[in-house]
Write a protein that binds this ligand. Structure first.
Ligand code: G3P
Length: 224
């Protein structure tokens, strides 16, 4: 199971990536614009993230913004040139998106189909050459769609394709994604450590520290 960071926050990536041994970073235009309000700074941040991942290993996924075939392919060329040739280009599975995926994948570009809500959309993306699919779990649930059933069906029908579950809104959604057979989960910063900081964990740790202190009168290990 791979773990991706779903953010364009450079400081968060720098402080967390190696600590959690992440497998990559994924972004989308909304996430990027949330971290940087100026276009120039956003592009510079993505360059920094691209360089960071190049040095630390893993994948950077950057999403195209344009809607027409021409604009999507131009965006893809920009992404590869500016952020590194190994960048995975995320393309929403629209009609023009599929056309762009088809020509880009034939040129050897690594493509991930995104904004996937249905099985047929996913199948079309695979047929157009996408080697990865990103399922937007939260957005699916918000629209009354069952992301677990989709992930399960994808892993049964196209097992060779990497299925990444993103748009996670809670840790229970991450568990459901794993149960359904997802190959990777993308966590947003606000969610990543939410369970390790939970009350149950602190209570358990307090209990251990208390037993130690009550018996040995110190709150940690010390040389004897
Ligand atoms: O990479 C972004 C994807 O996870 C979508 O997330 O929160 O905008 O639905 P969200």
């Amino acid at each position: 199971m791979k773990l991706f960071l779903d953010t364009a926050d450079v400081n968060f990536i720098r402080s967390t990536y190696s600590m959690v041994n992440a497998d990559g970073v994924i972004t989308n235009p909304s996430l990027i614009s949330r971290s940087q309000s100026k276009y120039g700074s956003a592009v510079l941040d993505l360059k920094v993230i691209g360089k960071f991942i190049n040095e630390h290993g893993g994948e950077l996924h950057v999403q195209t913004v344009g809607k027409s075939y021409e604009d999507i392919t131009k965006d893809a060329s920009f992404i590869l040139e500016e952020f590194g040739n190994e960048t995975v280009v995320r393309i929403p599975v629209s009609r023009d998106g599929l056309a762009a995926m088809s020509s880009l994948s034939q040129e050897g570009v690594k493509v991930a189909g995104t904004s996937i809500y249905t099985f047929s959309q996913a199948l079309l993306a695979v047929k157009a050459g996408a080697s990865q699919l990103t399922v937007y779990a939260g957005r699916m649930e918000e629209n009354g769609l069952d992301f677990e059933a989709l992930v399960e069906l994808l892993k049964k029908s196209v097992p060779e394709i990497f299925v990444l579950v993103a748009s996670i809104r809670s840790m229970s959604m991450a568990e459901k994604a794993a149960k359904a057979g997802a190959d990777g989960i993308a966590y947003k910063p606000e969610l990543l450590f939410s369970e390790v900081g939970s009350l149950l964990v602190s209570k358990t740790m307090d209990g251990f520290a208390e037993s130690w202190k009550n018996t040995y009168e110190i709150g940690k290990f010390e040389k004897i």
